[in-house]
Design a protein around this ligand. Sequence first.
Ligand code: ATP
Length: 571
Amino acid sequence: MMDMDQLVALCRRRGFLFQSSEIYGGLNGFWDYGPLGVELKRNIREAWWRDMVSAHNELVVPAGAPTAYEMVGLDCAIIMHPQVWKVSGHYDLFSDMMVDCRESKKRYRFDQVCGRWVEAKGQRVFVTSEGLGDDALKDIEEKAIKFYGLRAKQADQLQWASGLEPLATLDLPQMESMRETTAVDVEAAETASFTIRPSKEYDFSRVLAPHAKMLGTLTDPREFNLMLETYPGPIKDEANRAFLRPETAQGIFVNFKNVLDSTRVRIPFGIAQVGKSFRNEITPRNFTFRSREFEQMEIEFFCHPSTSRAWYQYWRDRRYRWYVELGLAGERLRLRDHEAAELSHYSCGTADIEYAFPFLPPGQFGELEGIAHRGDFDLRSHMEGKLVRQGDGLVVELDAEGKPKYRGSGKDLAYFDDQTKERYVPHVIEPSAGADRATLAFLCEAYREDTAPDEHGVPTARVFMKFHPRLAPVKAAVFPLVKKDGMPEIAREIYAELKPHFNVFYDEKGAVGRRYRRQDEIGTPFCITVDGQTLADGTVTIRDRDTLQQWRVHKKDCLAELRERIARGNS
Ligand code: ATP
């Protein structure tokens, strides 16, 4: 198992990822991509756009698809009309529960605090941690020892009365009853960013908070809306409050009619968008996995209700295959169908593509992408107003006076099929991926350590990043073996020939073995070396990053060789 700290150090050292505003101590939840990181993430975004949109052939039926289909793209504004978020449900429901510690002044996501019951010296206490798995167990034991005033060697006096369990599940019945009051509370606290819950429901008096020394310092759980607010224009008041989008999807729904009216697309078709989203995550963590600013790659696929299940199946499988094709195959990647209880109220089916990130405890997976069958929920919401489930159907949510709580646009977003003469509200399948989480997964998957002979033939430890050649930030490095005998001139010629086509790197400094290692560490799949034989017969050496094999190619054929190998996908 790779060590996450080593990957984080490599990312910083070689310029993949930096903490945002690092010289000022960083800003929690924000990250900057360095010169190599930006190439990697762009390659991932471009692979997605190419494979899903620009290279999609609408004239043929792809494997597993019910029929042929069209794909188009959009690039919408980050700030949208505030009504969009009221109608979509984000204003009322897009929240996490949080708890505050009165002693440490720290804030935690309620569902991320775990603990164990322990008893010593006649007192039973629930000791908590913010960590996961083994880290949490270790942290909890150390805290319990401190709390009871024991020495490390007296740890056997601690009687553990439970395994690691979430704080949130201690009082499950109360949790359920609290959830039902959500909508009302949010409405009452219109201007507050969170809702205060009835205090008597929870008893945290025997809970030791993650960074506290005293018991009972946690507040009751409160709801915290994850949307970041802003005030466009010169006046900062309630009427001018807008939100930074928490997802790119809504921009697609509100432009559905514009796309229909301005192009010749016919159902079934998909609209794709790549762009920044913002969520005021309570506890950003695990490198870029949970950030407050991140990039999404989303498709809203519109189809006839009668074929929507088949399309859902198609997208679920297609999107999983995409990750496999780019190198995430193996037991660390999985496709998990949601249980009925996990589905949101409008969804008829959801699957997550998940990756076993190394920072998670063994056996746990983190979401890379969700594929949801959303029915007609989104288009109908933007027509009629915010919808809630009633029995088997969806109805407009009403306020105390019996009027729609949040009005829709009133625009007709139904689709008229001029061949069948049928009018209907299309169903939507939504594959929603995170560009940053995908980048992180590809970085984790690529990290390798092995032993390879150095320039003197001595086996030495080597770190290399085994990126798929399509994703590799630098496709090839060009070296003259030595800085004389006309070798640099030939190497520069090859470099100049490749540069317009690929991101290639020229290096003539230091021993060639060291130059290879530096390229291995950033995942460059091929190194091209001009050597003595080049002067004689015009051939150069190409070295493979993964197998270390070397072969000779005429210098005129470097471009074709790289093209072919990158397209083939293995170095
Ligand atoms: P999670 O449960 O991990 O918070 P989610 O289910 O809320 O994720 P979605 O709303 O389905 O996520 O968003 C789609 C995708 O956007 C996710 O699969 C993920 O790749 C990405 N994403 C969501 N939140 C974040 C975040 N805070 N930081 C980075 N990427 C994110």
